[in-house]
Design a binder for this molecule. Structure first.
Ligand code: ZN
Length: 455
């Protein structure tokens, strides 16, 4: 796909009409206007055509899918519109485990050129096989996503996601490269070196988990640097973990950057499913990944505008297409227009993974709610841990937080603890004990932060 404009606001002359004219153009520019700005009717038409072809293809090429479709009495030839999708059974994480590693592949294994996998911390990993066309699609949706964030050809992207089986680093590298940016393939870890590279290579975009960006800022500060003043960073491309708006604000203030959110899953393609535009709205790449919202308890499809569990169907993927994959993530989708010019549907931030949901004394608790309470408590740093204790069926929670160095030195930490407890109570109506512990005593992560631990 040829981008609409290669001009970057950063590379243009600072003054004059020329810049203003082009600035107006670039500020609304889309990577792939032919698909990102389709009318609602044209988008549905495209999705519907792709869905029919997909169902026919999986039916013919994969025994498991054929059996599931036969059991549900869905004939590929009877797929007339997107509404018929409702008749197709869901695909769950458990299904993926049962057919580990290649049972759901819909092409000859010979056609697979690349394989990724999730960490598999809670069982068999989820395996993502890609054909050459799948890899190309991935580069395309990642380029689109990063371009929506504002990444341009003139940028220097420090890619501090972990390389390896995990999709993260590879997806961001592919997308940034397709835009034509300079990609620094440093990977995660070795944080002092990250700081040096940020300075020496004048990185303008940092791609990593949000929590790792805070750790890099912490190390930069220890080295006597001011993250907001001593670097060229202007954008953060963050994903792979859930983070509250307050953590986002904290990252933006510390680094003096715009922090953009990315959402994706190994089961769907990796990062590149959803990303954020200049209006801070999360657009779903719905021409490739068809979204639905369902009631997580009944499986019933809900109208857009309701909160529920996100379900995705990959419309064009070859090796490992997913039909109605249940993400376990709760969100809301709207078809509101966005002034960025994209007509792709807009998703709310993820409220929480249904898997992360805890029930404590009858109260539904998401870790993000506790994070939100802590972040409005003065003197609390970005580092905290939720401790989940199970006694029989009873779950109880407590929280450990690190105060900022300054606040720690002031003492009277019981006041901070009480204030944090009150903020949590205000949000959850639940008493959760908070303990203030010495700064830097919670282990830092260079990848996904482990905010909830079981003791
Ligand atoms: Zn937008």
């Amino acid at each position: 796909m040829v981008p609409y404009s290669f001009y970057s606001p950063l590379s243009l002359p600072k003054r004059g009409l020329f810049r203003e004219r082009h600035f107006t153009m670039t500020s609304t520019a889309l990577w792939d206007p032919a698909h990102e700005a389709l009318s609602a009717a044209d988008l549905r038409k495209l999705q519907s055509q792709r869905l029919k072809a997909l169902v026919a293809r999986v039916y013919q090429s994969n025994r498991y899918y054929k059996q599931r479709l036969d059991e549900a009495e869905v004939k590929p030839s009877a797929m007339k519109s997107l509404d018929d999708l409702k008749r197709i059974p869901f695909l769950t994480k458990q299904d993926l485990r049962s057919y580990y590693p290649f049972g759901l592949v819909c092409t000859p294994l010979d056609d697979i050129v690349e394989v990724h996998a999730s960490s598999g911390t809670t069982g068999k990993p989820v395996v993502g096989p890609y054909t050459r066309a799948d890899v190309d699609l991935w580069a395309e949706v990642m380029a689109r996503s990063l371009y929506a964030n504002g990444v341009r050809k003139s940028d220097v992207v420090q890619n501090a996601y972990g390389y390896g089986f995990f999709t993260g680093a590879h997806g961001f590298e592919r997308g940034a490269e397709r835009i034509g940016a300079m990609v620094l393939t440093i990977g995660s870890g070795n944080t002092e070196r990250q700081v040096d590279v940020l300075q020496d290579f004048k990185s303008t975009v940092l791609a990593c988990t949000p929590s790792y960006s805070l750790h890099i800022a912490e190390v930069a500060t220890e080295k006597g640097l001011d993250p907001a003043a001593d670097f060229d960073l202007r954008l953060g491309a963050f994903g792979a973990e859930s983070w509250s708006d307050s953590i986002r604000k904290s990252i933006e203030d510390r680094w003096g950057i715009t922090a953009c959110e990315h959402y994706g899953l190994t089961e769907i393609i990796g990062p590149g499913v959803v990303s954020e535009c200049s209006e801070r709205r999360l657009h779903i790449n719905a021409d490739y990944f068809y979204p639905e919202i369902i009631d997580p308890n009944t499986g019933e499809t809900l109208e857009f505008g309701n909160e529920g569990e996100l379900v995705f169907t990959t419309l064009t993927k070859e090796a490992f297409p997913a039909l109605r994959f249940r993400t376990r993530d709760l969100a809301m989708i709207s078809e509101d227009t966005c002034s960025c010019g994209r007509t792709l549907p807009v998703m709310s931030r993820i409220k929480g993974r249904s898997d992360d949901m805890m029930k404590v004394k009858g109260v539904i608790v998401f870790p993000s709610q506790i994070e939100a309470a802590l972040m409005v408590t003065p003197g609390v740093s970005d580092n905290y841990q939720i401790i989940k204790t199970k006694q029989g069926d009873m779950v109880s929670l407590s929280v450990e937080v690190e105060p900022t160095e300054e606040r720690y030195r002031e003492g009277h930490l019981d006041e901070l603890e009480k204030r944090a407890e009150a903020e949590i109570y205000r949000i959850l109506n639940l008493h959760v004990p908070v303990a203030a512990i010495a700064p830097k005593s919670i282990p830092r992560s260079t990848g996904k932060a482990k905010r909830v631990i079981e003791r």
